[in-house]
Design a protein around this ligand. Structure first.
Ligand SMILES: Cc1cc2nc3c(=O)[nH]c(=O)nc-3n(C[C@H](O)[C@H](O)[C@H](O)COP(=O)(O)OP(=O)(O)OC[C@H]3O[C@@H](n4cnc5c(N)ncnc54)[C@H](O)[C@@H]3O)c2cc1C
Length: 253
């Protein structure tokens, strides 16, 4: 049974993963939640408006109030005033508005920087012998053909493993499909591939699992797949995406 908090009403700024997971946890404790965000649908930038609408309805069914297309203009005591003029009462505010990588050390070391630390397919930076992995690294993604930087736990772990091997001289390319999961109430959604804003996709619901799998395609190839409570299909999509670029890959002991 979740612990009861003293607070009765909380404002959440940001309608992406952090803000919405916090909102779901607070609702499980019976706390009223107002979510404020500039997007027209939650998670829109990452997963598109249709998935965002699905997630929004899920949260609304659990009692969350959304203030979308809006932003905080002033906080005065327990009153938050939005740019629309709406006043929201809160006991406290949660800000889930994103993070930036800490690049000072890399800059001081003279590494090439491009909204992150630039690395090659071996996760080696512009300075030979220095490797970078995880949230701070921007790497050439062989699936999309673009250089991407991803803030996901599993990618950070997998990159750490590949970087460690390459420090030991293995020369292994990093070619894993980015993976992220997010839990809202009893609904888990998973993203395989980069965020939707990368790559100019056309995205559609996949007919075989209707409104529970959405594929982001370019030139007929799925570059990313979002699933809602369909873990098996999500794993199958990852295997298929990786097989496209590494059909002959041999695991070296
Ligand atoms: C609130 C929150 C919730 C999250 N939830 C999820 C989730 O559900 N699923 C998911 O996949 N991902 C999630 N993430 C993202 C996930 O935490 C990151 O992708 C992951 O931690 C990245 O690992 P990392 O090692 O690259 O960076 P970090 O975990 O940030 O570690 C970087 C380390 O480097 C240290 N450091 C920085 N600068 C220096 C310096 N100059 N010298 C020495 N040390 C330095 C930092 O102190 C830190 O210890 C979440 C992130 C946040 C903030």
């Amino acid at each position: 049974m979740p612990r009861q908090l003293q607070q009765k009403r909380v404002g959440v700024v940001g309608a992406s993963f952090i803000g919405l997971e916090v909102a779901a946890s607070l609702r499980a404790r019976g706390i009223l939640v107002d979510v404020v965000a500039p997007e027209s649908q939650p998670l829109e930038r990452v997963m598109g408006a249709e998935v965002g609408f699905f997630i929004r309805r899920l949260h609304e069914a659990h009692g969350v109030t959304f203030h979308l297309g809006d932003a905080v203009s002033r906080v005065n005591g327990r009153t938050v005033t939005l740019t629309s003029g709406t006043a929201v009462d809160t006991d406290f505010l949660v800000l889930g508005v994103g993070v930036r990588p800490s690049l000072t050390l890399a800059e001081q070391a003279g590494l090439a920087i491009d909204r992150g630390i630039e690395v090659n397919e071996y996760l080696e930076t512009s300075v030979a012998g220095i490797f970078a992995a995880g949230d701070a690294a921007r790497w050439p993604d062989p699936h999309t053909g673009e250089r991407i930087r991803v803030e996901h736990w599993v990618i950070a772990e997998r990159q750490g493993q590949v970087a460690a091997k390459n420090i030991l001289g293995r020369r292994e390319k990093f070619d894993a499909v980015p993976f992220f999961w997010s839990q809202h109430y009893d609904v888990a959604n998973q993203l395989r591939g980069p965020r939707r804003e990368v790559g100019g996709y056309r995205d559609r619901w996949e007919p075989r699992c209707a409104r529970l799998c959405r594929a982001y395609k370019k030139g007929g190839r799925a570059l990313a797949v979002v699933t809602i409570s369909r873990d098996l299909q999500s794993l199958q999509a990852e295997v298929a995406m990786e097989a496209e670029i590494r059909p002959q890959r041999q695991e070296v002991a």
